[in-house]
Write a protein that binds this ligand. Structure first.
Ligand SMILES: NC(=O)c1ccc[n+]([C@@H]2O[C@H](COP(=O)([O-])OP(=O)(O)OC[C@H]3O[C@@H](n4cnc5c(N)ncnc54)[C@H](O)[C@@H]3O)[C@@H](O)[C@H]2O)c1
Length: 279
């Protein structure tokens, strides 16, 4: 649908790189202005390199390349007060927020009994409580504006099924699914929709690193590709960030005007109950 009138505005967390950058750029291409928020720094127990301020600047350039305005915010979704300030900054800059994509996330790896309390805490704090902190301050402004809106929470196949070596991540992503369902019920009277996306492995820095390869006994991208190919029904080891952004952009759009409370896998069939060894 071609829209006329004021441009809509999307707040995207974890926007410096990977999926978040892809969502931000895709929404800009669809005609939205963007608030691109990211920590741009390490989370202590995460065993792969952190995004940087330069990464976030690259997102800004790519968003602006589509003729959209972009407000970059360096904030931590674990910090409730900082996320309140982020909403204030978004409203001061654009006067509205129509779409929220709660995408920031981290992982670390180990079996349940090997995870330290700090690893558990940090993954729950970023991946679940961070999503709560993201939506909490912005929802009242969306209700007040009376224009409806769309909230998309980035969960994972680990939000719908068990994955080994990431119990904290699996618990957090299942929690995100529940939070999405609560939001959908509570916000429906205001015409605000809430949905979640559940990607299989995606080709981003979260997985293209030695710590993630080691889970499959791999040391290189090629070796890992052979291993991760076996977790999807479709014959791919991972999907691209843009494949997930397609789903996010659809859920954020009027084309999904009557889709709410949906947990949408973008999973190359990873969640199918296939039992025949393949690869
Ligand atoms: N890559 C995958 O295979 C995959 C699969 C399913 C779901 N996901 C989910 O997709 C989302 C994006 O992951 P990705 O693969 O792009 O990872 P990534 O590491 O490439 O990007 C994550 C971004 O989130 C930011 N971030 C981390 N902690 C933050 C915090 N406390 N506050 C603000 N920003 C913070 C990082 O700085 C980084 O820019 C995550 O929620 C992840 O769990 C990823």
């Amino acid at each position: 649908m071609t829209r006329t009138g004021p441009r809509r505005v999307a707040l995207v967390t974890g926007a410096a790189r990977g999926l978040g950058r892809s969502h931000a750029v895709r929404l800009a291409a669809d005609g939205l202005d963007v608030v691109a928020l990211d920590l741009c720094g390490p989370v202590e127990t995460v065993p792969y390199p952190a995004a940087t301020a330069a990464d976030l600047a690259e997102t800004v350039s790519a968003v602006e390349g589509h003729g959209a305005r972009c407000l970059a915010l360096q904030s931590d979704v674990r910090d409730a007060a900082a996320m309140e300030k982020a909403t204030e900054a978004a409203l001061a800059e654009f006067g509205r927020v129509d779409v929220v994509v709660a995408n920031a996330g981290v992982s670390s790896f180990g079996r349940v009994w090997e995870l330290t309390p700090q690893q558990w805490r940090e993954v729950l704090d970023v991946n679940l409580t961070g999503v709560f902190h993201t939506v909490r301050p912005v929802v009242p402004a969306m209700i007040e504006a009376g224009r409806g809106g769309a909230i998309v929470l980035v969960s994972s196949i680990a939000g719908l099924a068990a994955l080994p070596n990431v119990a904290h991540y699996t618990a957090a992503k299942h929690g995100v699914t529940g939070l999405m369902r609560s939001l959908a019920v509570e916000l429906a009277p205001y015409g605000i929709r809430a949905n979640s996306v559940h990607p299989t492995t995606v080709d981003t820095p979260m997985v293209q690193n030695p710590a993630f390869y080691a889970l499959a006994g791999a040391t290189t991208r090629e070796h890992a590709a052979r291993a991760y190919r076996r977790s999807n029904a479709l014959p791919v080891p991972w999907i691209g960030a843009g494949d997930v952004s397609d789903a996010v952009a659809w859920l954020a759009s009027d084309a999904a005007a009557f889709v709410t409370g949906t947990a949408l896998p973008v999973d190359a069939g990873a969640l199918l109950p296939f039992r025949v060894p393949h690869g």
